[in-house]
Design a protein around this ligand. Structure first.
Ligand code: TYD
Length: 220
């Protein structure tokens, strides 16, 4: 059952970070959180898959194990289940308080990974989002755009070798993911802000910070 009431009554700002593997989302979320906190703005950072105790349990199943361990439809339902818990328990309560919520991945990852990568019909995924996840969309989505070869190379140097089910899906799959995000970002260019993820960490964080501040000012 969809409930747009949630969307309309929130006071905070909901910001998601999207992109393929190894694009540097978590670094940028930490930097933005630090800068906004210095300005005495209440910030909550969270992630998907995960975000709640229950969602973190589901995350373990999704990000580890064999590539084919989940059928893409089952996978989509699991992402919807953890997203619904995340919205109910974490995202909406924070937005109602007026906080800024920074979320590492949200609905656009499902549209691109399960929709473009897994070939699930986009209308079906949008309908699941509407019916199970209140049709909640971020106010701003930063898309960190990167050649998937570069991104996958970066992830190879990470310590965590168990959470690599999606990384293992191969370059062709990850090129589809990058192209899928690019197309989604171009189509929704009011909400999306595309950033070249090959720029320095500092240049990227400045672009993100400036954009967020300009949106906060325009909302005042
Ligand atoms: P994440 O922890 O962001 O991984 P990374 O830091 O390596 O980018 O996400 C784990 C994986 O989950 C990632 O490969 C993308 C995938 N994913 C989906 O396939 N659909 C979704 O809806 C979400 C939120 C993530």
């Amino acid at each position: 059952m969809s409930n747009n009431y949630y969307n309309k009554s929130k006071k905070g700002l909901f910001i998601s970070f999207e992109g393929g593997e190894g694009v540097g989302k978590s670094t940028q979320i930490e930097l933005l959180k630090t800068s906004l906190t210095k300005k005495k703005i209440n910030v909550l950072s969270t992630r998907e898959p995960g975000g709640t105790k229950e969602g973190e349990l589901i995350r373990k199943f999704l990000v580890s194990g064999e590539i084919n361990s989940w059928d893409t439809y089952s996978e989509s339902l699991l992402f919807n289940a953890l997203r619904r818990e995340h919205i109910n328990k974490i995202i909406n309560p924070s937005l109602f308080k007026g906080d800024i919520v920074l979320c590492d991945r949200f609905i656009d990852s499902t549209i691109v990974y399960q929709g473009v990568g897994g070939a699930i019909n986009q209308t079906l995924l949008l309908s699941l989002h509407k019916n199970f996840c209140y049709d909640l969309y971020p106010d701003i989505t930063f898309f960190l755009s990167l050649d998937p070869k570069v991104g996958l190379d970066r992830t190879l140097s990470r310590n965590n070798k168990t959470e690599n089910r999606f990384e293992n899906m191969g370059l062709l799959y990850h090129q589809k993911i990058q192209d899928g995000f690019k197309a989604l970002s171009d189509k929704n260019n009011k909400r999306f802000f595309e950033i070249n993820a090959e720029l320095s960490v500092e240049k990227i964080s400045n672009q993100i910070y400036d954009h967020v501040i300009s949106i906060i000012k325009s909302n005042d």
